[in-house]
Design a protein around this ligand. Structure first.
Ligand code: 0A1
Ligand code: ZN
Length: 881
């Protein structure tokens, strides 16, 4: 484990390496505990570099067993080797030279899952961000690009499959019981994109013919017996390849594209060149075991990793500060792909819900950082929702500002200029500027200033002058290390809606730039006047969520109801419902805290029930409208001094009122949306199931017995319906015999399916209330709780901390204490996982004082621990600062 050195890396300190790496030849002799790695590296000194500079290679926990210079053993006085670095002195001024390093590593003992490790008997690698240095000494940074040849030698029986990046060169027997395979990747790449897989796996095969007519072999490797569950992933892959050709003009560039699914993985998946490695959760699906959400995730993540081939691999990042260059852009690409494959507005609503529940709290708390940070202590902690999701929103705003054609021109120029390079955010922005003759200097602040912009808006209509005046003010909150912020360029899509629902177009606009339906807010405070407006319009602002900001615009209930009824932008219709619901929910939390009765506005009830029953709207949209803001959304709206129990009780009270008022509607929906057709994961069918299950949730709230939910559980013929019914049972009737029976039958039925057992843990981890902690501790004793499997740990402990506000934030602080112990225990084995879990405590300062004190205490026990990893040390220090 790398323990903390306190060293901070700064963007301002970037400089190129002294040596250029020309070629890499790797030979692996695989063994579960004693793998031998030989790396032959050809370097030459960079022109202009210091002629006496030594070569310094990165290592992490390495054991060197040999070192040669130009094929001859290197004298001890010419080098210094520690587990963390290898320094070689007295190297040629200009001539190329060859360094051959041999290391011995233990994949079986690698519990961090970084570098070369074993998952269920399969050898696999994870090298992003700095895992390659756990395999061999290397200039392990993304601006060192080289061509790799890889030889793999292993036992033939246990490892019939030997894979690496690029194209297969050949293979043969290699002594008794062994064989070897050689791979060559012609595309220069940084070490973080290296991958190796060996073992015994089943395969699903297909082909794809690219736009220039080349045939590419497609292979998805999974554990034997799971092949049928990879069919949807293969379908998603082919659709992704086609979409990238059609929409971005990007063609695949090797003869083969492989995906390997493993069951122990720290993140979602990894875009290694030609050999993606996936958390099997994002590959395996069939109707019996996967939910509609699982299918949608698989489609999105398969696309994401595939799209990295151009945005990430062909053009990579100069340094890790530029992470959003590949991640923000690639998330934007996968969002657009899913929007094209499914319902665009429903997809947008889901994206915004996710951004607000994950990224906004990050941006408002102690871990806030710019989309492009300027300093880090542990890069693993910067694979954040800010870099990914806010990074995507920033890319989306470029598309909004430049328009579809302008965006395309910029992307084309970016690919043309930087293919084969390690680029920066400046290179990216410049491509858009140059392709469009437009200055994006102010816009670039989005990369550098953290914090969610707060926009305060007011409007007034002058009937005599027929003008509408909008006053807008932007404020970007202070964030760690950034107290003063410059005003940003914020593109706000808008519509002026007349009383009959039609849009009103102004004859002229003063006080701000308006292009099409985009209002460009560029000043700290701006007054925009729209002329020629015949009657008082209702302003719909930030349509489609064109900018990732929070609006403070007090619109009347009538105005919101009009938007909810007439907006042609479905996102804004949903937003209006949310804006109608939030004051009800915050008031209900206040009432619950004081033990007062909870009541829901009739306007909200009417609007919700009208949408629920409106057959002209797609079911998925109706389901989204019926899913009220979450408890954490309400907490965010309340701002500070939060009492999770009151928020929960208030929200439940409002839901109950809706359930009672709408009982007939929900009954009709539940009965009417049954389907006899065989399960299909398509978006329309999934939408019908989501509306039907939302109706079931309301029915269970207005009924006092678990009968309906138990019947839904018994009748479910797919995992979406089954897990929803089980959730309703467990959350609404946690102690009923029906719930116990359902949980037991689910556990028995899916005992051999790890991904489904994760759902079983998740459903129980989110049962609200004070009893949660005991339940979690009991579940940890279950033979099915496997502490070495990141998915399982996230399903139980992660879900509890992130997704169970009342249980986790118990007023007596015992759950924080338990959680701190777990984080410390997990840190010993897998620091990356521990650090990520710990971010669940990032909003502790917003809790009411008693809980906040308990939370601080728990964080301090972690901080006081003597042997923390760099990962956890970084998070705990920033969280407490
Ligand atoms: N580049 C990957 C994310 C990723 C990052 C770090 C990892 O280390 C365990 C793994 C994956 C992506 O964006 O999909
Ligand atoms: Zn990515």
């Amino acid at each position: 484990m790398r323990t903390d050195t306190g060293r901070i890396i700064h963007l301002a300190d970037y400089r190129p390496t002294d040596f250029v790496l020309e070629r890499v030849d790797l030979t692996f002799e695989l063994d579960p505990t004693e793998t031998k790695v030989e790396a032959r590296l050809i370097f030459h000194r960079r022109e202009g570099a210091d002629p006496s500079a030594p070569l310094v290679l990165d290592g992490d926990d390495l054991n060197m067993t040999g070192l040669m210079f130009d094929q001859v053993e290197l004298a001890a006085e010419r080098y210094t080797a520690t587990p963390e670095s290898l320094t070689i002195r007295d190297l040629p001024e200009t001539a190329p030279f060859e360094i051959t390093v041999t290391t011995q590593i233990n994949p079986e003992a690698n519990t961090q899952l970084m570098g070369l490790y074993r998952s269920n008997g399969i050898y696999c690698t994870q090298c992003e961000a700095e895992g390659f240095r756990r395999i061999t000494y290397f200039p392990d940074r993304p601006d060192v690009l080289a061509v790799y040849t890889v030889n793999i030698i292993a036992d033939k029986d246990t490892n019939p499959l030997l894979l690496s990046n690029g194209n297969f060169l050949g293979g043969a027997g290699y002594g008794p019981g062994k064989h070897f395979a050689a791979w060559f990747d012609p595309h220069p790449k940084p070490s973080y994109l290296f991958a190796l897989v060996a073992g015994d796996l089943g395969v699903v095969e297909d082909t794809f013919t690219t736009m220039s007519g080349r045939e590419v072999a497609l292979k998805i490797y999974v554990e034997h017996g799971k092949e049928a569950r990879a069919a949807y992933a293969m379908d998603a892959l082919k659709r992704s390849m086609k979409w990238d050709e059609e929409v971005f003009g990007r063609e695949y560039d090797l003869d083969i594209f492989m995906i390997v699914a493993v069951s122990d993985f720290n993140m979602g998946a990894m875009e290694n060149k030609g050999l993606n490695i996936f958390n099997d959760k994002y590959v395996l699906a069939d109707p019996e075991t996967a939910t509609d959400q699982d299918y949608a995730n698989i489609e999105a993540i398969i696309a994401h990793e595939y799209f990295h081939n151009w945005t990430g691999n062909r053009i990579t990042c100069r340094d890790w500060f530029q992470l959003c260059l590949k991640e923000g852009l690639t998330v934007y690409r996968d969002h657009e792909f899913s929007a094209d494959q499914r319902s665009r507005p429903v997809k947008r609503i889901a994206e915004v819900r996710h951004l607000r529940s994950e990224q906004f709290p990050e941006d408002a708390g102690p871990l806030a950082h710019p989309v492009r940070p300027t300093a880090y202590r542990e890069i693993n902690n910067f694979y954040t929702t800010t870099v990914y999701e806010k990074g995507s929103e920033v890319t989306r705003m470029i598309a909004t500002i430049l328009g579809r054609d302008g965006f395309k021109k910029g992307m084309d120029l970016y690919f043309e200029r930087h293919d084969g390079e390690a680029a920066t955010v400046e290179d990216f922005v410049k491509s858009f500027e140059d392709a469009n003759g437009r200055d994006l200097k102010q816009f670039s602040l989005w990369y550098n200033q953290a914090g969610t912009p707060q926009i305060t808006v007011s409007s007034s209509y002058d009937a005599a002058a027929k003008t509408l005046t909008l006053s807008l003010e932007q404020m970007i909150p202070a964030t760690p290390g950034q107290s003063n912020k410059e005003p940003m360029h914020i593109p706000l899509r808008f519509a002026l809606i007349g009383a009959n629902g039609g849009e009103q177009a102004p004859t002229s606009v003063t006080g701000g730039e308006v292009s099409g339906d985009v209002l460009h807010l560029t000043e700290r405070s701006q007054t925009v006047v729209f002329s020629g407006i015949a009657s008082r319009p209702v302003v719909s602002l930030n349509r489609s969520f064109s900018a990732p900001v929070t609006l403070h615009f007090s619109q009347t209930t009538d105005d919101l109801a009009l938007i909810a009824r007439f907006e042609t932008d479905l996102f804004s219709r949903w937003q209006a419902i949310t804006d109608l619901a939030l004051p009800n929910l915050t008031a209900a939390a206040g009432a619950a805290a004081k033990g007062k009765p909870i009541s829901c506005d009739k306007g909200l009830l009417d609007a919700l029930l009208a949408i629920a029953a409106d057959e002209s709207l797609e079911p998925a949209f109706r389901a989204q409208a019926l899913t009220l803001p979450s408890e954490s959304d309400i907490a965010r709206e309340l701002g500070s001094n939060n009492d999770p129990d009151a928020i929960h009780a208030g929200r439940q009270g409002i839901l109950k009122e809706i359930a009672v008022a709408g009982a007939a509607t929900f009954e009709a929906l539940y009965k009417g949306l049954v389907s006899d057709a065989a399960y299909s994961p398509d978006a329309a069918s999934a939408g019908r199931r989501s509306l039907r299950n939302a109706a079931l949730g309301f029915l269970a709230l207005s009924e006092n017995t678990p009968v309906a939910a138990a019947e839904a559980f018994a009748k479910a013929d797919n995992m979406t319906d089954l897990s929803q019914a089980l959730t309703v049972l467990a959350h609404r009737f946690p102690d009923s015999p029906e719930t116990h029976a359902a949980l037991a039958s689910f556990e028995t039925r899916f005992a051999s399916n790890a991904l489904v057992l994760d759902k079983w843990f998740q459903i129980q981890a989110t049962i609200p209330g004070d009893g949660s902690l005991d339940r979690i501790m009991r579940l940890m004793q279950s033979p099915n709780f496997i502490a070495s499997n990141p998915n399982r740990v996230r399903a139980l402990i992660g879900t509890f901390a992130f997704g169970n506000p009342t249980g986790f934030n118990r007023a007596d602080g015992t759950a924080y204490r338990f959680f701190a112990e777990q984080v410390l225990a997990i840190d010993k084995r897998n620091p990356q996982l521990a650090a990520r879990l710990l971010t669940a405590m990032r909003s502790w300062r917003l809790l009411e004082p008693t809980r906040a004190d308990h939370a601080r205490e728990a964080l301090m026990t972690i901080e006081r621990s003597a042997s923390l990893s760099n990962d956890v040390r970084d998070i705990v220090d920033r969280t407490l600062k």
